[in-house]
Design a protein around this ligand. Structure first.
Ligand code: TEU
Length: 558
């Protein structure tokens, strides 16, 4: 039977950092199998696995060399089949990550292209440089530097919107689209019930021109044929199986495009990740700066996407983080004495919204950003590139490091903290091999073992949120209405569905505040809170909210 994705919660696993079953310092598929009971306890419906296909790992698997085989570092096809079967026994389905905007430069298609095979050259974008010897356009790679790489023997450049070892695929070539369809069908036959499509709104390039005002993104983001290509992929593959859910990662997208990407009747994708709410601590599109998060902007973006997507019958994925983002408790909450309260508050904000919530490994136990103090501890290609770029721009090494510490994708990539042993239970404490990336020293305090049985833990708060979505139709299907839109520290909203009514009240800051809600709370009861004692509003609807206080109030109309 088709799973109702509106009632479902997805758990994202970054396998490299989740659990290392064989002591080589590198997480693997058997490690995931060993943790399925934990995930069942949390109650999640899907596991999104970031790529574990054969890859040189220049971008941790987002540089795929072979879509049909497992990288031996992660295990074997038998391990994967066992994972799918064991997850299935626990009511959990697998969602795979399809990186289709580009391949690894070691992929057979690119190797043949580089040998001069014209059939495969047309799988990519090879272009002549400008007459003055410059690359074809001034577009910038997302990881820094120009997006074109020169190939001497052709006297041509190829396009790579990401790393130089990630050449972009030419979706305008029908043979490329057919090859990618085959990949989906292969995994469908293995019983995979979900697909996440990496940066899939970048697949249709409009033209190759210099961008006089920006980095080129306007020429390849939400491009002219993107809806056509997604619809075609849907019809040729996953669209034939009502059980499959899909999510597209949309880079710098517009909401208007998302009405179609994730529309109820467009037959493109089930839902979208958009990132505007996670750029509120950027300066415009510039990530490598230190700017405090703009709460007014955050709220405005979240509310706009909630209400407009609903108006257009489209569906959001709702989330605070993933393997590319800092940890939410460090970014928007508090790592110190209000760690638990703020982590629970952040969970409630997202999980009671209209959309399918995603939990990123470790979020459910309140993991924090890294504690790295030296650049040599970082592993991410983007962080290392920008550490250099910032210094080339004149920043002192110390200041460049500070920016990297705040924004690095490695903040989300340190090993999952299972317990308080030497390597946090990620790798066996007795292992000779250290984990591939440093474990956060706070694993003595923040770890899963200490939270699973503790009723008051962040883990159990998330468990309740997952369950509430299943039990209350208003959370899954209800209409979304913003509240306290102009309040400087309250993030509140209402959900309504048939006879059910839900009011979600959050103090987003560590300071007590007052909110004159004007709400009539007659008949409501508090069904979830992050403080032990209740905190009803006064008779005229005035709330005094404690630091990071978060509550969910529910009423069933007669
Ligand atoms: O990320 C797409 C993407 O553009 C960003 O999240 C990017 O990492 C960030 O903007 C840089 O500041 C996806 C994957 O999630 C990421 O891990 C990959 O590196 C990237 O695509 C390339 O495949």
């Amino acid at each position: 039977m088709a799973q109702d994705f509106k009632k479902s919660t997805v758990y994202q696993i970054y396998p490299k950092s989740f659990c290392d079953s064989n002591g080589d310092g590198f997480g693997d598929l058997r490690g995931v199998i060993g943790k399925l009971d934990y995930l069942q306890k949390l109650g999640v419906d899907y596991i999104w696995m970031t790529p574990f296909f054969v890859s040189p790992q220049n971008d941790n698997g987002y540089d795929v060399e072979d879509y049909y085989n497992i990288d031996p570092r992660y295990g074997t096809m038998e391990d994967l089949e066992e994972l799918i079967a064991e997850a299935g026994k626990r009511g959990i389905r697998l969602m795979f990550d399809m990186v289709f905007n580009h391949v690894s430069s070691r992929h057979e298609w690119f190797r043949k292209a580089m040998e001069g095979d014209s059939y495969y050259k047309d799988f990519f974008f090879f272009r002549k440089g400008k007459e003055n010897g410059e690359p074809p356009t001034n577009w910038e790679s997302k990881f820094g530097g120009n997006a074109w790489e020169y190939v001497e023997k052709f006297d041509e450049y190829y396009l790579h919107l990401f790393h130089v070892t990630q050449p972009d695929l030419n979706w305008d070539n029908e043979n490329v689209r057919k090859e990618l369809q085959k990949v989906i069908r292969f995994w469908m036959e293995k019983g995979v019930k979900g697909f996440r499509f990496d940066v899939v709104n970048l697949i249709s390039k409009s033209c190759f021109e210099d961008d006089e005002t920006g980095d080129g993104r306007k020429y390849y983001t939400d491009g002219p044929n993107v809806h056509k290509y997604l619809h075609e992929l849907n019809q040729a593959t996953f669209g034939t199986d009502a059980e499959i859910i899909t999510v597209g990662e949309m880079s710098s997208t517009s909401i208007e495009n998302c009405y179609s990407y994730a529309g109820a009747d467009t037959q493109e994708l089930s839902m979208v990740f958009s990132f505007h709410h996670l750029k509120v601590d950027f300066m415009g599109n510039e990530k490598w700066v230190l700017v405090p998060a703009d709460f007014g902007k955050l709220k405005d973006i979240l509310f706009t996407w909630q209400t407009k997507m609903e108006e257009h019958h489209a569906w959001n994925a709702v989330f605070w983080c993933n393997h590319d983002q800092p940890r939410p408790v460090s970014r928007f909450g508090n790592e110190g004495s209000l760690w638990k309260e703020s982590a629970k508050m952040l969970g409630t904000v997202i999980h009671c919204m209209r959309g399918t919530p995603y939990i990123y490994q470790g979020e459910e136990i309140g993991m924090t950003n890294t504690d790295f103090t030296d650049i040599s501890q970082f592993r991410d290609v983007e962080s290392l590139n920008y550490y250099q770029i910032l210094q080339d721009k004149g920043l002192a090494a110390r200041d460049a490091l500070r920016i990297v510490q705040i924004h690095s994708r490695d903040n989300g990539r340190t090993p999952m903290q299972w317990d308080d042993s030497k390597y946090a239970g990620f790798t066996d404490a007795a292992s000779e091999q250290e984990p591939w990336i440093g474990v956060n020293a706070n694993h003595d305090r923040i770890n899963a073992a200490s939270q699973v049985e503790d009723e008051d833990s962040i883990f159990n708060h998330y468990r309740k949120l997952v369950r509430m979505r299943k039990e209350l139709d208003v959370i899954a299907y209800g209409s979304f209405l913003p509240l306290a839109e102009k309040h400087p520290s309250v993030l509140a909203y209402r959900r309504t569905y048939e006879k059910q009514d839900l009011i979600v009240v959050n103090n987003f800051y560590g300071k007590e505040c007052t909110w004159k809600s004007g709400l009539d709370m007659e008949g409501y009861r508090c069904i979830l809170s992050n403080y032990a004692d209740g905190n009803p509003a006064s008779e005229d609807g005035v709330w005094t909210l404690r630091p990071y206080e978060s509550m969910v109030w529910y009423k069933e109309r007669t």
